[in-house]
Design a protein around this ligand. Structure first.
Ligand SMILES: *Cc1c(COP(=O)(O)O)cnc(C)c1O
Length: 422
C-alpha cells in the first residue's frame, strides 16, 4: 500500500528539481477534498467551518481554503495579521488565544470576533468594548486528547474559562453589558462519536444559560490516520448525532443554533509530505541498528520527538538503475546533534526507537515522509543547528509544482543578530 500516493517517483524528481531537499509538499487535490468534507459537516441550522490555521499557516493554503468557503480560527494576533495579509476578510476570522494581544481592539474594529479564553481576557474585552459581542471559550472539565500534550480540556488544561468559574464570568459580562453570542469548546483530538456527543451536550448546556448565544463552536481535534493502524475520523459519523442534538435543542428551546467547527489537523495532515535526501547510512553493529541519516529532522518535523508520533515513510530511489532491491529495517534519524532528533519512534514513546521496514536504501535516495501537513512546517525547531528553514511547494491538481515559500538563506537566519561594539 502506498502511504503517500500523491508523490510518485516522477513527482518527487520534479519537486526536488524545483526546490531541492528538504522540502514540504502540499497536495492541492487533497486540500480541496478535505475542505469539501469539512464544509459538508452535518448541521441542522447552518455551518461555519473554520480552518485552524496554526496547523499550517502558509498564505497559499489560507487562500485556497478561504476561496473554498472556509473561515479562519486564529491562535494569536500574529495569525490574525497573517490571515488578513493572505486576503482573508477580517469578519471571517475568529481569535481564540492564550495571549490576547495588546492591540486586539484594532482587530475587533476591523471585524475579527474574539472568544474570551480566560476571565482576564473577558475583563479586557469588556473594558475596550462595553456592550460588545463576545464568545466564551469554556473548559468543560472533560478532555479527550491522546496525551497530556495534546489534551485541551479537563483540569490539567489551561485552555478556556474553567466551567466552575462561570459565575465570575457572568459578573464581568453584566458589568460591561457584554453580549455573549458564541460558546466555544475545543477539547482535543478524538475520533469517537460518543465523546463528541458528550462534548456537544455539555457545550449546549452552557449555551442554554445564555439566551443571547446564536453560535455554538465545537472546536477541532478530528483525528486523522497517518499510519495504516491508526483510526481516522469520519465527519458524517461524528456530525450526524451532533446534528440531532441541535435539532432536539431547537425543539425544546426554540433556538436554532449556527454550528461552527474548527479543524486544523483534519484539513492538512495527510495533504503534506516532506521530501528528504538520505545523506548517510550508518550501523551500530550486529546488536544495533541501521540508521538512515537524513537532511531533515526536528528542524522540519518535531512531532516524533515531541509526542512519539509516527509518520509513514517511503524510500524513493534517486537512480532507477533497474536493479531489484530488497527491504531492510532502519531507524530514520534527523540531522541535528541531538539524540532526541529521531523520526521513527515507538508509537507514543519519543524516547524509544522502533525500526521501520523500508525499501533497501542507498545514499542519495529520497526518503519521503507523509502525514506532514499539520504541525510540521508550523511547529518545527527552525534554525536549530543553524539549518535554514525549508521551502514549501504546492503540487497543483494539474501536476505542476509551484514554490510557495523559498528556502531561507544564512543571511536571513542571521539578519536580526547584532554584535555589541567591542
Ligand atoms: C488548535 C486548535 C484547533 C485545531 O485543532 P486540531 O487538533 O488541529 O484540529 C481548533 N480550535 C482551537 C481553538 C485550537 O486551538
Amino acid at each position: 500500500m502506498d502511504l503517500i500516493p500523491f508523490l510518485d517517483r516522477k513527482r518527487v524528481a520534479r519537486v526536488v528539481a524545483t526546490a531541492g531537499t528538504p522540502v514540504y509538499v502540499y497536495d492541492e487535490a487533497t486540500l480541496r477534498r478535505q475542505a469539501a468534507a469539512a464544509l459538508s459537516f452535518p448541521s441542522a441550522f447552518g455551518l461555519t467551518a473554520r480552518y485552524a490555521m496554526k496547523a499550517c499557516p502558509n498564505a497559499a493554503i489560507l487562500r485556497l481554503f478561504a476561496e473554498a468557503g472556509m473561515a479562519i480560527d486564529a491562535s494569536s494576533g500574529y495569525e490574525v495579521a497573517r490571515a488578513i495579509r493572505a486576503g482573508v476578510d477580517p469578519a471571517r476570522i475568529s481569535l481564540s488565544t492564550q495571549e490576547l494581544p495588546e492591540d486586539f481592539a484594532e482587530w475587533v474594529r476591523k471585524g475579527v470576533t474574539v472568544n474570551a479564553c480566560s476571565l482576564g481576557q473577558l475583563e479586557r474585552f469588556g473594558r475596550a468594548f462595553p456592550g460588545g459581542r463576545i464568545g466564551l471559550r469554556i473548559n468543560p472539565g472533560l478532555g479527550s486528547g491522546g496525551t497530556t500534550k495534546t489534551n485541551t480540556g479537563g483540569p490539567a488544561s489551561s485552555f478556556g474559562i474553567w466551567h466552575e468559574l462561570l459565575p465570575q464570568a457572568d459578573e464581568i459580562i453584566a458589568r460591561h453589558e457584554l453580549v455573549v453570542f458564541r460558546i466555544h469548546s475545543h477539547i482535543g483530538s478524538g475520533s469517537d462519536p460518543d465523546v463528541w456527543v458528550r462534548v456537544a451536550s455539555m457545550t449546549l448546556s452552557f449555551v442554554e444559560k445564555y439566551a443571547s448565544v446564536t453560535h455554538c463552536n465545537l472546536g477541532g481535534g478530528y483525528k486523522v490516520a497517518r499510519m495504516p493502524h491508526e483510526k481516522g475520523t469520519d465527519l458524517r459519523v461524528i456530525g450526524t448525532p451532533v446534528k440531532r442534538l441541535f435539532e432536539e435543542f431547537a425543539a425544546r428551546t426554540g433556538r436554532r443554533l449556527h454550528l461552527e467547527i474548527e479543524p486544523g489537523t483534519f484539513m492538512v495532515a495527510n495533504a503534506g509530505a516532506i521530501v528528504t535526501r538520505i545523506q548517510d547510512i550508518i550501523t551500530t553493529g550486529e546488536s544495533g541498528y541501521r540508521f538512515l541519516k537524513l537532511d531533515t529532522g526536528m528542524t522540519e518535523l518535531a512531532r516524533p520527538s515531541l509526542y512519539g508520533a509516527q509518520h509513514p515513510m517511503k524510500v524513493v530511489p534517486a537512480n532507477d538503475e533497474g536493479s531489484v532491491r530488497g527491504e531492510a529495517e532502519y531507524i530514520a534519524t534527523g540531522h541535528c546533534c541531538e539524540s532526541g532528533d529521531m523520526l521513527t519512534p515507538k508509537a507514543g514513546e519519543p524516547e524509544t526507537l522502533e525500526p521501520r521496514r523500508l525499501l533497501e536504501a542507498r545514499v542519495g535516495d529520497h526518503l519521503v515522509i507523509g502525514g506532514a501537513g499539520a504541525y510540521a512546517s508550523a511547529m518545527a525547531t527552525i534554525n536549530y543547528n543553524s539549518f535554514p528553514q525549508a521551502p514549501e511547494v504546492l503540487l497543483r491538481e494539474n501536476g505542476d509544482v509551484v514554490l510557495i515559500r523559498r528556502r531561507q538563506t544564512l543571511d536571513q537566519v542571521l539578519q536580526n543578530e547584532v554584535l555589541p561594539s567591542a
